[in-house]
Write a protein that binds this ligand. Structure first.
Ligand SMILES: Cc1cc2nc3c(=O)[nH]c(=O)nc-3n(C[C@H](O)[C@H](O)[C@H](O)COP(=O)(O)O)c2cc1C
Length: 211
């Protein structure tokens, strides 16, 4: 009996540890009419490695996530193209309270794990842990059937790169700072987010207001 109670307590604790006591964050509607013309955004695009201490406005986070890989057509297709329209790239957001997964249909951030994992993304580049949000780009290779192999990993990496450029241009347009990064503690991040071997963690983007 005692063992059962202990087991139940441990199960409950692990649920709490994995984000079950964080609530989903319903984002406001993205501002699809704002920002600057594309040519101006291309002129402004650059890598930024210093961020102001201030939070990102919910409106900016909403518009940024939509621009990254949100739905831009009635049939559910995305702002970023993907090989064979497999929509394989998932965007995770590391916020101070926890890690969240962007759901483009509900335009909501769903909790994945409680805790601040931005330092795992920084992995020695300390500036990245000071960004109020770090976005992670993960290609789910199982969406390429029949079997994920080295070829599909390359395709996933290409799709990740396109989402990354959407983020860089959207940040330029919104006056936010970002940098695409391959540096990160892959092992610990994968554990924290409970990623499967078939999920390719390609790039991260610290995002913040410019200093
Ligand atoms: C695939 C990829 C990986 C990158 N990884 C890092 C990184 O780990 N850390 C970093 O500070 N910058 C990283 N960068 C940013 C580049 O250093 C940067 O784009 C380059 O110096 C050119 O500067 P610009 O973006 O301002 O034009 C990466 C860029 C790309 C495209």
């Amino acid at each position: 009996m005692k063992t059962r109670i202990l087991f139940l307590c441990m199960a409950l604790l692990s649920l709490v540890a994995y984000g079950q006591d964080l609530s989903p964050i319903k984002l406001p509607a993205p501002d699809k009419a704002g920002g600057m013309p594309l040519m101006k955004a291309l002129t402004e695009r650059k890598s930024s490695r210093a961020f102001a201490a201030s939070e990102i406005k919910p409106q900016d986070l909403s518009t940024l996530l939509w621009a990254a890989n949100g739905i831009n057509r009635e049939d559910g297709k995305r702002t970023a193209p993907s090989a064979m329209d497999r929509r394989d790239v998932d965007v995770y957001a590391l916020l101070p309270a926890g890690a969240y997964l962007y759901d483009p249909k509900a335009h909501t951030l769903n909790p994945v794990a409680k805790g601040d994992f931005r330092n795992l993304a920084a992995s020695g580049q300390d500036f990245a842990a000071t960004a109020p949000v770090v976005l992670l780009l993960v290609s789910d290779l199982t969406r390429f059937t029949p079997t994920p192999n080295d070829g599909t990993k390359l395709t996933g990496a290409l799709d990740v790169g396109i989402v990354s450029q959407n983020i860089s241009l959207a940040c330029a347009s919104l006056g936010l700072g970002t940098v695409p990064r391959g540096t990160m503690n892959q092992t610990e991040l994968r554990k924290a987010l409970q990623l499967k071997d078939t999920q390719y963690l390609g790039l991260n983007h610290p995002v913040g207001n410019l200093k």
